[in-house]
Design a protein around this ligand. Structure first.
Ligand code: FE2
Length: 198
C-alpha cells in the first residue's frame, strides 16, 4: 500500500485514475463537506462542458484538478503540483499544466478582478493565504505569458462554481471515453503548451 501522502504518486493508466476518482466519491470535499471530492470534480467538468464545449482537455483537467487533495495538508498548498505530477504520464503535459494552474489562477484572479474575491467561498479565502495570497504585479505579468491562460481562467471559474450540494451532473462513466480521447491526443503532443511555475 503506497503512502497516500507520497509526493511521488504517478498514475500509469486511465483505469488507475478512475479507480482513484471513484474512491473520492467516499471522501468529503475539503472545500465543502456537503459534497464529495468526486462531486466537486464532476461538477467542474460539467460546467466546462458548457463554457468550453470544444476543449476536452480542459474538461478533463476540471474532472481531476483536485484529485491530490487527500495527499496534501492543511491549506492545500501543494495539491495542484502533486495532482499534475500524478496524471502527466497518462493525460499529458497540457492537462498537467492546467491542473498546476488552478491555484495560481485563483491568486491571479484575486489580484486582477476585484469582484472575483467577493464570490470566493470562505474555505477558498482561507486557503488563499496558505497558497501565497494575491499575485504581485510581477507575478501577474508572468502568469499572463502562459499560453493556456484563457483555459486556465475557465477552469478556475468552473472550480469556484462547482460546490453545489446535490447538483445533478453526468457521472464518472460519462467521462471515461473523453479521458481516453484526451490521453490519445496528448500522447504525441509532447510538452508544447508551456508550463506554470508560480
Ligand atoms: Fe477545486
Amino acid at each position: 500500500m503506497p503512502d497516500p501522502r507520497s509526493t511521488a504518486h504517478r498514475f500509469t493508466s486511465i483505469d488507475e485514475i478512475i479507480e482513484h476518482l471513484r474512491a473520492l466519491g467516499q471522501t468529503l470535499s475539503v472545500e465543502d463537506d456537503a459534497l464529495t471530492e468526486l462531486d466537486h470534480g464532476l461538477q467542474t467538468a460539467a460546467i466546462l462542458a458548457v463554457s468550453a464545449p470544444d476543449d476536452l482537455g480542459v474538461q478533463i483537467a476540471g474532472l481531476v484538478h483536485d484529485l491530490a487533495h487527500p495527499w496534501d495538508g492543511p491549506g492545500q498548498p501543494r495539491h495542484a503540483t502533486m495532482g499534475a505530477a500524478a496524471v502527466v504520464d497518462v493525460l499529458g503535459e497540457r492537462v498537467a499544466a492546467l491542473i498546476r494552474s488552478h491555484v495560481p489562477a485563483k491568486r491571479y484572479l484575486v489580484a486582477t478582478r476585484p469582484e472575483y474575491a467577493d464570490m470566493l467561498s470562505a474555505d477558498s479565502v482561507m486557503t488563499l493565504a496558505a497558497q501565497g495570497g494575491p499575485m504581485s504585479p510581477g507575478e501577474v505579468a508572468e502568469f499572463e505569458t502562459y499560453p493556456d491562460l484563457v483555459a486556465a481562467v475557465l477552469l478556475r471559474t468552473a472550480d469556484d462554481g462547482a460546490k453545489v450540494p446535490g447538483a445533478e451532473v453526468p457521472g464518472l462513466n460519462h467521462w471515461e471515453a473523453t479521458m481516453h480521447e484526451v490521453a490519445a491526443t496528448q500522447a504525441g503532443a509532447g510538452a508544447s503548451s508551456g508550463s506554470v511555475t508560480t
